[in-house]
Design a protein around this ligand. Structure first.
Ligand code: ACO
Length: 403
């Protein structure tokens, strides 16, 4: 018996819960969402608290290991992550060869390539193939998880450099995860507020229970395939416009609108039957203001206060938000701005091209993906649902020349 507010399709074999909405796939202690109240917790900590006081390094440790690190543990973790930032030369070639492709393709391929060349991964694959997953293998799996978190920014930044015909900028050991990413991308000392913005964005997206990408990672991992392959599958799922990508579309909309004076008209158009949906508004789980959106809105405000808002993006978004919050259409359907409503504004002014917005999402969510896989491996069972066959049976084969 599954309780769902989603769509039930009738079939000869029984009801089908379309898109598995509300179907539970496992128990988890990684993150929790209260969609009615608009609350998000990682390992029991409120997102607001972590956003205010923590860093992505600390949050990723928390998500991976289940508790906040001691000072010493955090230092060791950060040092290990710095050691893992470099890529295998073959992976760098894969990225170079995909310089003209969308960076999500390059990310997917580069993660798979890195997995092919990681000796720890080969050892783990061998152990898993004979059903061994004990203390030694778990240690390998956690090391691989750390490597994946550490390497993602390098892949994204290298792709950006190759795509612009530039030489890569190697990672710098004296910079934190977010600042080093900006440094590798633009090749100059990053502005502290921009680094803080990337860090904040990474904190806010680190985990979100089991959306499509995280589920995809579970499906692959449940076959006892490896962690790199599971993350490559998750990246493939994140790439779709129904999952990652709305922040890019929201910013494009603001640029097209051009002035806050048009907000009312745009919002009104979105309420008409068949009208264009307002990007960055609404959420499958949140029926209240997305807590991550509140936090990133504040950051975006600070960012444009320091660097200006020549394209009026923050002003346009604020005007749209005001219209949305006071419009009966959105009130009745409990549609509020989500995190994507605000996150692209600062990225745009940092000079990050649109196509890198979703890869940055992946850079953050990778820790959620691997933590969920490791959690699932503690009690693994291959995912193998069923489908209700509604085609014919026992048709007679007609040879080609008689058709
Ligand atoms: N603008 C206008 N109307 C909307 C919007 C919107 N952004 N979102 C939902 N609605 C309306 C629907 O038309 C529908 O109206 P109806 O009841 O009259 O038919 C009603 O609200 C319910 O919408 P659904 O699409 O059924 O809600 P669902 O939970 O399936 O979709 C989703 C959620 C996909 C996020 C949707 O709100 C949407 O498309 N939003 C815009 C895209 C977006 O911002 N995506 C980012 C999500 S957050 C993230 O991925 C980090």
């Amino acid at each position: 018996q599954v309780k769902t507010t989603g769509k039930i399709l009738q079939s000869p074999c029984g009801p089908i819960i379309h898109g598995l909405e509300d179907v539970l796939i496992k128990s988890t202690s990684i993150s929790d969402i209260d969609g009615e109240k608009g609350i998000l917790w990682y390992r029991g900590y409120r997102i607001e608290e972590l956003a205010r006081l923590s860093t992505y390094e600390e949050v990723s440790y928390l998500i991976l290991y289940g508790r906040l690190p001691t000072k010493r543990e955090l230092e060791d973790y950060i040092n290990r992550m710095k050691k893992y930032r470099e890529l295998h030369p073959a992976t760098v070639e894969v990225i170079r060869n995909l310089a003209k492709a969308h960076p999500m393709f390059a990310l997917e391929a580069a993660v798979a390539a890195e997995g092919a060349y990681d000796e720890d991964n080969q050892k783990l694959i061998e152990a898993l193939s004979v059903g061994r997953y004990k203390a030694e293998e778990k240690e390998l799996a956690y090391r691989i998880a750390e490597k994946l978190v550490a390497k993602m920014p390098t892949i994204v930044a290298y792709h950006y450099r190759f795509s612009r015909g530039l030489e890569v900028v190697r990672p710098r050991d004296d910079l934190g995860h977010a600042a080093n990413f900006l440094y590798m991308m633009f090749g100059r000392e990053p502005d502290p507020l921009a680094s803080r913005g990337i860090d904040l964005y990474l904190i806010l997206h680190a985990d979100h229970e089991v959306p499509a990408s995280t589920f995809a990672a579970h499906v692959v991992a449940s076959t006892l395939s490896d962690l790199y392959s599971s993350v490559a599958a998750a990246i493939a799922a994140l790439k779709g416009p129904l999952h990652g990508g709305a922040n890019e579309m929201a910013v494009r909309n603001y640029l097209e609108i051009g002035t806050p004076a048009k907000a009312k008209e745009i919002v009104e158009a979105a309420t008409k039957p068949g009208g264009p949906k307002l990007m960055g508004v609404g959420h499958r789980v949140y029926k209240a203001y997305d807590p991550r959106a509140k936090i990133f809105k504040e950051f975006s405000r600070d960012y444009v206060a320091k660097f200006g808002d020549p394209q009026n993006l923050f002003a346009i978004a604020s005007a749209i938000e005001q219209e949305v919050l006071s419009h009966p259409y959105f009130q009745q359907r409990k549609l509020y701005p989500n995190v994507d409503f605000w996150s692209g504004i600062a990225f745009y002014y940092m000079g990050i091209p649109y196509e890198y917005f979703t890869p940055i999402f992946a850079m953050s969510r990778v820790v959620g993906w691997v933590a969920h896989v490791l959690e699932y491996w503690e009690n693994n069972r291959i995912f193998r649902p069923r489908a209700c066959y509604i085609g014919p049976h026992d048709l007679q084969y007609i040879p080609l020349e008689q058709r």
